[in-house]
Write a protein that binds this ligand. Structure first.
Ligand code: FES
Length: 116
């Protein structure tokens, strides 16, 4: 896998590739404290997986997750706002200024790995 511990990768190593460019406003947001850019209207899942190969790590076994159903049914794509709100990445549109973390808040603070 091309990603590091947090699934981050160099530009162009995302799991998703935009097949057909479209005219859309660009929005800036952060993933685990790192600045990112996406097209307005994209889901958070698409916006994150264009940037990196892994969406998050599984709560129980630490396995790499990238969503499964992409339609709000499988619960495999949870991410969180920095304020602690749980978000289903595949059904939540990315928005300018979002600050997204890919570990549950309790785990982040329990391990002393809070970002940002
Ligand atoms: S990928 Fe299945 S609920 Fe989001």
């Amino acid at each position: 896998m091309a990603g590091g511990d947090n699934g981050a990768s160099a530009a162009g190593e995302g799991r998703f590739v935009q097949a057909v460019p479209r005219e859309a406003e660009r929005v800036r947001f952060t993933i685990d404290g790192k600045s990112a850019e996406a097209q307005a209207g994209d889901s958070l899942l698409a916006a994150i997986l264009v940037q990196r190969p892994v969406l998050r790590r599984h709560e129980f076994d630490g396995g790499e997750r990238a969503g499964f159903c992409l339609m709000g049914a499988c619960q495999d794509c949870w991410v969180w706002s920095e304020a602690g709100e749980r978000l289903r990445a595949c059904t939540t549109p990315v928005a300018a200024g979002m600050a997204i973390v890919t570990e549950p808040p309790a785990e982040r603070f329990a391990h002393g790995r809070a970002h940002g």
